[in-house]
Write a protein that binds this ligand. Structure first.
Ligand code: NAP
Length: 436
């Protein structure tokens, strides 16, 4: 009998799971359930708007979505439109592919002042994610502090300093592009609590910072270690050496003729956001790295800034009725098996690490487990979900509806840009000539 599987979440981990299930030798029916009308999760809402090549992976996801055994249910929120218990009743297996959409908190005084944002919110805002359309960050500042030394910190810094011309071929949300263009931002300070060796940047992304039209990277050469000490794999050592070489090149760059700067500040841990209601500055403690850990030196310094963005990693949201590890910010699972017919893949399973392709093995593992645990299907699956949503008047979308939205966004694109995104759910639904 056909095994009926629901995948909750239409980002990379959800699509890789669907793909792995299709490649198995079993009879399956797969429904991909997505809270937003639009699919692809972080590909649409997380990957930087100027990284269009990375976003091309969505074409492969589209092939999966269009497979005969797959259906897309957009604009359906599990937990609101349908409960997790109902999903379990209706499907032989339910795969959680819901990512880690919340920001980790800085945990320092002043973190709730106006003008302090987490990267999930800020990236969501410039990527046109409907949850963050109304964020309206006040960018009326010359200096911005970005906390964290990962690729997300690099993404945000780059988007804030690129020229209008450089951003013209991107799918940045128009309201954000205009706000950034019209802002007086000249200096972005990116702080890492540890050193260049410990930074999480990947080298291709780091090097981009040296190729910007109107911005130079600034780094004090004294912060770049002469050599890498400590045990690590040859591969890791090579990657770190590449980053150090790039940073050394940056320390030699001639800033003449460019009006913006991204300052790399290592060995600096934020201790307090300064100001009244609004952020006016950031206090940091100088650190040294001892056995791989940042240790405070007792020496503090302040920078003036009107915007602080913490790009320090993400956190998953607990799901009702599913055991959650609050410390790690993931669901409790045994290699992806959550129990009770539920499986986890991607960031809700592993935490917020790795690149897009890292999700592929998760999908393959989940597919194997489902085939092992559910030798025979028997639950109603798609027909039951459809009935339930219709009975509740939930305006759910199929994949063809998303293709209509997609075409409308592409048709509205400014010259050179791949699309102009709808940034509100109502506008997405408005592009469809339907009301269920
Ligand atoms: P990340 O790579 O884990 O970096 C988080 C950074 O925040 C680290 O430098 C970490 O420092 C720092 N941090 C954490 N807590 C802190 C605190 N309390 N105070 C100060 N600093 C703190 O996370 P991410 O940048 O959010 O990226 C998430 C994943 O997506 C990564 O795997 C990343 O590579 C991937 N990604 C890839 C791309 C790309 O390939 N182009 C683009 C975006 C994201 P410590 O190391 O000291 O903890």
């Amino acid at each position: 009998m056909t095994i009926k599987i629901a995948i909750i979440g239409s980002g990379p981990s959800g699509f890789y799971t669907a793909d792995a299930l299709l490649k198995g030798d079993r009879d399956v029916e797969i429904d991909i359930i997505e809270r937003l009308p639009t699919p692809f999760g972080l590909i649409r809402g997380g990957v930087a708007p100027d990284h269009q090549t990375t976003k091309k992976v969505a074409r492969a996801y589209e092939r999966t979505a269009l497979a005969e055994k797959v259906a897309y249910f957009g604009n359906v929120q599990v937990g609101k439109d349908v409960t997790m218990d109902e999903m379990r009743e209706m499907y032989d297996a339910v795969v959680l592919a819901i990512g880690a959409p919340s920001d980790r908190k800085l945990g320092i005084p002043g973190q709730d002042k106006r003008g302090v944002y987490g990267s999930a919110d800020f990236v969501g805002w410039y990527n046109g994610h409907p949850d963050f359309t109304d964020l309206a960050p006040n960018l009326d500042t010359r200096n911005v502090a970005i906390i964290g030394n990962g690729n997300v910190a690099l993404d945000i810094s780059r988007v804030l300093v690129k020229t209008t011309e450089e951003m013209s071929e991107t799918d940045i949300a128009l309201h954000s592009a205009r706000a950034i263009e019209n802002s007086p931002i000249t200096d972005v300070y990116m702080f890492g609590r540890r050193g260049p060796v410990e930074a999480k940047f990947t080298n291709v992304e780091l090097r981009e910072m040296g190729k910007l039209d109107n911005c130079v990277p600034i780094i004090d050469p004294a912060q770049i270690p002469a050599e890498i000490i400590g045990e690590m794999s040859d591969r890791d050592r090579r990657l770190k050496e590449r980053n150090l070489a790039t940073l050394r090149e940056f320390s030699d760059v001639d800033p003449t003729g460019k009006t913006k700067r991204v300052h790399f500040g290592f060995y600096a841990s934020p201790v307090e956001v300064l100001g009244g209601d609004r952020v006016e500055g950031l206090r940091l403690e100088r650190t040294k790295v001892v056995n791989g850990r940042a240790v405070g030196t007792g020496e503090f310094f302040d920078i003036e800034c009107g915007l602080v963005i913490a790009a320090i990693g993400y956190f998953a949201k607990p799901i009702e009725g599913v055991p959650f590890d609050h410390e790690k910010g993931i669901v409790v699972h045994d290699d992806g098996r959550v129990g009770n017919g539920v499986y986890a893949v991607g960031w809700i399973k592993r935490g917020p690490t790795g690149v897009i392709g890292t999700n592929k093995p998760d999908g393959e593992t989940a597919a194997l487990q489902i085939f092992e645990d559910v030798p025979e299907g028997g639950k109603p699956g798609r027909a039951a979900l459809r009935d339930r949503l219709e009975a509740r008047d939930v305006p759910f979308l199929g994949y063809a509806d998303w293709q209509t939205i997609d075409a409308a966004e592409q048709a509205a694109a400014l010259p050179g840009a791949p699309r102009r995104k709808f940034v509100k759910v109502d506008d997405m639904l408005g592009a469809l000539d339907f009301r269920r």
